[in-house]
Design a protein around this ligand. Structure first.
Ligand SMILES: [Zn+2]
Length: 178
C-alpha cells in the first residue's frame, strides 16, 4: 500500500506478446492493483513462516472470493502452491468449480501445475507479478493459459507490481543463503 499505483504501467513493452490473450500491465485496473497488493501481503506472511513468499487472491469484480499463500513446508504438500489453494477455496466458496468470471492475482508467474489448474477451472483471467525463469508457464517457459490447443483460454497479464514481487522473493532467498 502507499506506493505510486502504476510504476509498471508505463514500461515493459517486452510484455506485449502479440497474441491477443496476452496483455500488458497497462490493462490493469485500480482493483487489480489492490488485489495484487493483498497477494503481496499474503506472500510476506508466508515468508515469516519460512515458506517461499508467493501469495494469491481470487476475486470477482471487486470482491475477494478466496485467498491463500504458499503452504508447502507447513503442510509438506507438493501441490501446496498459493494459486492452487486459492482456486480450490474459491470453488468451495462459490459452490462452483468453474471460475469463469474470476481473476486470479498471484505474485509469481504460475508453474505448469497451477497454469493447468487455471485452464481446468475455466478461469477468466490471471494477473501476475514476477516472471519465473525456472518454472513459469504463462509466458516464460510455457504458455499454457493461452495455448490454442487446450479447451479453454485464460487471459494473462504479466508484470503487475513486478518490482515489489521480485524484491520480496530476492530478499527471502538472500536471507536463506546468509
Ligand atoms: Zn504452481
Amino acid at each position: 500500500m502507499g506506493q505510486p499505483p502504476d510504476p509498471q504501467l508505463t514500461k515493459r513493452p517486452d510484455h506485449t506478446d502479440g497474441g491477443s490473450a496476452h496483455q500488458t500491465a497497462s490493462d490493469v485496473s485500480a482493483t487489480d492493483l489492490a488485489m495484487m497488493e493483498r497477494a503481496i501481503a499474503l506472500a510476506a506472511q508466508a515468508a515469516r513462516r519460512a515458506e517461499v513468499p508467493v501469495g494469491a487472491v481470487v476475486y470477482k469484480g471487486d470482491r475477494i472470493i478466496a485467498e491463500a499463500a504458499n503452504n508447502r513446508e507447513a503442510a509438506q504438500d507438493p501441490v501446496g502452491h498459493a494459486e492452487l489453494l486459492a482456486m480450490s477455496k474459491a470453488g468451495k466458496a462459490l459452490g462452483n468449480w468453474r471460475l469463469t468470471d474470476c481473476t486470479l492475482a498471484v505474485t509469481l508467474e504460475p508453474c505448469p501445475m497451477c497454469a493447468g489448474a487455471m485452464v481446468n477451472a475455466r478461469l477468466g483471467r490471471v494477473i501476475y507479478g514476477a516472471d519465473d525463469p525456472k518454472a513459469g508457464a504463462c509466458r516464460t517457459l510455457f504458455r499454457i493459459p493461452t495455448d490454442e490447443r487446450l479447451n479453454h483460454r485464460v487471459r494473462v497479464i504479466s508484470g503487475v507490481l513486478a518490482d515489489q514481487c521480485q524484491k520480496q522473493l530476492r530478499e527471502f532467498f538472500g536471507r536463506r543463503r546468509s
